[in-house]
Design a protein around this ligand. Structure first.
Ligand code: GDP
Ligand code: MG
Length: 361
């Protein structure tokens, strides 16, 4: 499992790990997880040609049997040598609710690798109070810190995008507060530092360390402070600039949420032309003040397309949904587009109730 908070770079790192294993001749199966359907991540990973199973409607820990079923489906089809699973970014206590149960029940068939937790360095510097700046409230940070507390490996990601001195400050803080974890400094984007981390993942097994001391009431409240919106929309017009449109939507959402004091955890969007040939715009934004990034852009103008939006932020889901709708309509207006909502849901994650909770024996 490659865990870590929303927007840390899990999916990007998993894709790199899958490619690395593939080059070594190992067959890989991927398992994505989310609270709801219509996922940008699944579409992105599948577009790279790897077999992917999606577990929706709850996290691995609360849908443990779905995780086992998904692994079973992959085993029956693509027959992977290695499974890589991405847990929901707002989940924690994964050792007790996923790793140990897997090992106890399926230890003869599977070896479980150490739990990795990926961090975005700017987010982590603020969460650990090393740097000032907009962050989440205390109960969300409780979940954030529990993720670090149970990590065997902490992968400090995005080192391509931050000054070395700030990484050094973060390393010092992480060593002090989470001495159990092995630290790696990596860039899932450029590939820097990944080999050393991946090497440990493929060679070592998870250890049975002390149980995570966690209060499920606080964890549940922290998780439920995050609002989730998933939407699928059809966009049509005379030939229009789809890249500018998704940028326009992101700018407007960030402005509205910033004015309301709401911190974005992760905003993801894809815009795919109707009947397209795999051409896609992909946008990501991981903080309210972070400039949105377009990691894939559309080659030319389009006249019709499907927009998928996944927004996770610390705020009332209805308010997030309204901000998204306003942003899409306004951005659409600037290019005289007609936008139709095909599917939209907004909610707070339910109380975490793991199927199993085992502690080491
Ligand atoms: N600069 C930089 N950005 C990265 C890196 N890894 C991931 N990102 C970006 O961070 C954002 C969130 O990444 P994603 O893999 O979707 O995060 P997840 O929510 O943890 O799965 C995307 O915009 C990625 O392109 C990295 O090593 N460097
Ligand atoms: Mg992801």
């Amino acid at each position: 499992m490659v865990g870590g908070f929303l927007g840390a770079g899990k999916t990007t790192a998993i894709l790199r790990l899958a490619e690395s294993l593939d080059r070594q001749g190992r067959r890989v199966g991927l398992i994505t997880n989310d609270q709801s359907v219509g996922l940008v991540d699944t579409a992105m990973l599948a577009a790279h040609g790897f077999p992917v199973e999606e577990i929706t409607g709850g996290c691995f820990c609360c849908r443990f049997n779905s995780l086992v079923d998904a692994a079973g489906r992959l085993a029956a089809g693509a027959r992977p040598d290695v499974f890589i699973a991405e847990p929901v970014g707002s989940c924690t206590d994964l050792r007790a609710s996923v790793s140990y149960p897997l090992r106890r029940m399926y230890g003869d068939s599977y070896a479980i690798a150490p739990l990795s937790v990926v961090v975005d360095p700017v987010r982590a510097l603020r969460a650990l109070d090393v740097e000032p700046g907009r962050s989440f409230t205390a109960k969300v940070l409780y979940v954030y810190r529990k993720q670090l507390e149970e990590a065997s490996i902490i992968a400090i990601n995005k080192i391509d995008a931050i000054e070395p001195a700030r990484i050094a400050a973060l390393t010092t803080a992480l060593r002090r507060e989470y001495p159990q974890a092995r630290l790696f400094e990596v860039s899932a984007r450029t590939g820097q530092g990944l080999d050393a981390w991946f090497d440990v993942l493929t060679r070592e097994e998870a250890t049975a360390d002390a149980d995570l001391d966690i209060d499920y009431a606080t964890y549940g409240e922290g998780e439920a402070l995050l609002g989730w919106v998933n939407a699928t929309m059809r966009v049509a017009g005379a030939d229009f600039d789809g890249n500018a449109f998704v940028r326009g939507v992101a700018i407007r959402i960030a402005r509205a949420l910033g004015d309301a004091g709401i911190e974005i955890a992760h905003l993801k969007m894809t815009l795919a032309p109707a009947g397209g040939d795999g051409d896609l715009a992909v946008l990501n934004q991981v903080r309210t003040e972070h400039a949105a990034e377009l990691s894939h852009t559309l080659d030319g103008e389009i006249s019709r397309g499907e927009l998928i939006v996944n927004l996770r932020a610390e705020g009332d889901p209805a308010r997030l949904a309204a901000a998204l709708e306003d942003a899409v309509l306004e951005a659409g207006d600037t290019q005289s587009l007609v936008v139709t909502t095909v599917h939209q849901e907004h909610f707070r994650p339910g109380r975490p109730q793991p199927t199993h909770r085992l502690t080491p024996v």
